[in-house]
Write a protein that binds this ligand. Sequence first.
Ligand code: SF4
Ligand code: SF4
Length: 388
Amino acid sequence: MDAVSIARCSDYSAAQVQRAVHDALTPLGGMSAFVSEGQRVFIKPNLLSKAEPERAVTTHPEVLRAVIREVRACSPASVSVGDSPGGRHSATSIRGVWDACGLTAVCAEEGADLVLLDDDVVRVPNPSGSALYAYFNLGRAVVDTDVLIDLPKFKTHGFMMFTGAVKNCFGCIPGLEKAQFHLKVPDRDDFGEMLVDLMLACAPKLAIMDAVVGMEGEGPAGGTPKHIGAVLASAGCVELDVVASAIAGFDPMEVYTNKAAVGRGLGPKTADEVDVHGTPWRELVPDTFERPTRDLSRGMPPWLGRFARRVITSKPCLERRNECTGCATCKVNCPVSAITMVDHRPSFDYDKCIRCYCCQELCPPQVIGLKTPWLVRTLVASGRGRRA
Ligand code: SF4
Ligand code: SF4
């Protein structure tokens, strides 16, 4: 089992973040334990959408800067950075995401190449996976690198409950193909299994999580920034996610990716079983932490779960009609065509909707909310502030 190292980091000043990243890596042997001279290194932050760093949707550019500097000190042959944001993008719109997230400036200043993952795709077989995804199409930069460094953001996730190092690999799949996975694999447990297969196919050598300011509530895009004050690092994506989700107050087995990975013997069930260096994880647990809406259909047989999901799971809805720009990003990214545009505003067909929340994640002005049944609201309220 891989150790997890935690370093405190109170804010995003460059000096603080650099020290925290360095301190988090030191107990793991430093960056030189992962990167050797002359190797090609690819760094994969979370760039979900066009969002400024202070919204806590994406990996903060100062964390990326600190990691690039640690990598550069190991004399690699090349350092490149990339991610495929959710939704349909052109090269121009992806550059707009890089600009908004602060990556363009950091990569230019630190001499790292920003690469478009959607442009050049390689088919990678997935022998352990289901027939639904016997292979993954991955950006060539992910496949051709010697060292993949995974840079997730500490966030809740409406579909998977929590998103960390395992889920961050989803951005190695190009553009709209990501939404198609929600159609092929609509069940949350199955989706967690698929993400573990994908993480194994991508094989990150190191994961460094930006948990300086995370996200609570209806993440990964519509939640609220939450100060956690740390950088976490590990060679093990699963161990990192188990510890991070415990800091957020989850039983790590509530998180679908953790459950799938632990079921295969890839990690421990609890954070207390992980060898943690640096700051004890319990010291970072906030007094309150708002969870995403729970899925009460979990554990039911698939036929009953499908029915229950329609009845008791939150539905997407247009919350702030006046602020909707009519861009149709929600419609384009719905994997089951459950959205039609009526008078330039989305209209949802809840019989078709599989509750994947791609529309909510990807709406640029974040005007799609989740309508939650009262029973679920009550249960969620009772879960707030819970410590692991
Ligand atoms: S309407 Fe939204 S939540 Fe429902 S299936 Fe489409 S994208 Fe997913
Ligand atoms: S709800 Fe959001 S994504 Fe959909 S049309 Fe309006 S602004 Fe665009």
